[in-house]
Ligand binder design. Structure first.
Ligand SMILES: Cc1cc2nc3c(=O)[nH]c(=O)nc-3n(C[C@H](O)[C@H](O)[C@H](O)COP(=O)(O)O)c2cc1C
Length: 198
């Protein structure tokens, strides 16, 4: 039964593991592109969907990187088949029919980076999936339906000695995601039927 599996998966991941600390050498040696040239390999692409929840609100304020948090049920499947870490792919927001706060550009299939993890820097007590869509939205979209297609893995989740070091790595994650998506075998997922309806 799908719901039982989801509930038990969420219950089995209650303890925050320790994460390695980002070092200067590992920061300098980051690749500009990740994932095979020929396109996503299993377990990718991984579909995710759910209503956007409020996080702690630190992403936008503290880090200059607003994130859309997905509900626990939507990430149980992914946490069973992959490790925690930073991922890239595409996402789309689906406003309810009567909503008028988003523009036509806001509701396109857009590039995203995603963190699946425990946010060791902030010592969270729960596993979360946070999607940062690389686009300037005209308005918030809490409660709206979000779909994401995860196409590849960027790096493990790390702990940081400073907020600036975390921001620096997130900026690199965004560039790596855009470079990695700008290849025909990845770009084509923007048109994937998965995104046609909520
Ligand atoms: C691309 C990306 C990479 C991230 N990498 C890490 C990481 O390595 N370690 C960490 O502690 N948090 C990481 N985070 C999570 C941020 O700490 C998190 O988004 C922030 O705590 C905001 O959460 P909030 O919206 O719930 O306040 C990452 C977030 C994003 C979007």
């Amino acid at each position: 039964m799908a719901t039982a599996t989801v509930a038990s998966a969420a219950e089995t991941v209650q303890e925050r593991p320790s994460a390695p600390i980002r070092t200067e050498t590992s920061r300098r040696n980051r690749p500009a592109v990740v994932g095979p040239e020929s396109g996503p390999e299993p377990p990718f692409p991984i579909p995710l969907s759910g209503a956007v929840q409020r996080g702690f609100g630190r992403g936008g304020k503290d880090l200059g990187c607003p994130t859309a948090n997905l509900p626990d049920e939507s990430l149980a499947h992914m946490s069973q088949i992959t490790q925690t870490g930073v991922y890239y792919g595409y996402a789309r927001v689906y406003p309810p029919e009567d909503a008028e706060n988003l523009s036509g550009q806001d509701v396109k299939v857009l590039p995203m980076v995603m963190s699946l993890g425990w946010n060791p820097f902030y010592k969270n007590e729960r596993l979360t999936a946070e999607v940062h869509i690389m686009h300037d939205f005209v308005s918030d979209f809490y409660g709206y339906h979000l779909k994401a297609l995860v196409l590849g893995y960027i790096r493990p989740e790390l702990d940081y000695i400073s907020r600036e070091a975390l921001i620096d790595d997130i900026e690199t994650d965004k560039r790596v995601a855009l470079n990695s998506l700008a290849r025909p075998a990845y770009e084509k997922y923007q048109e994937d039927p998965f995104f046609q309806s909520p």
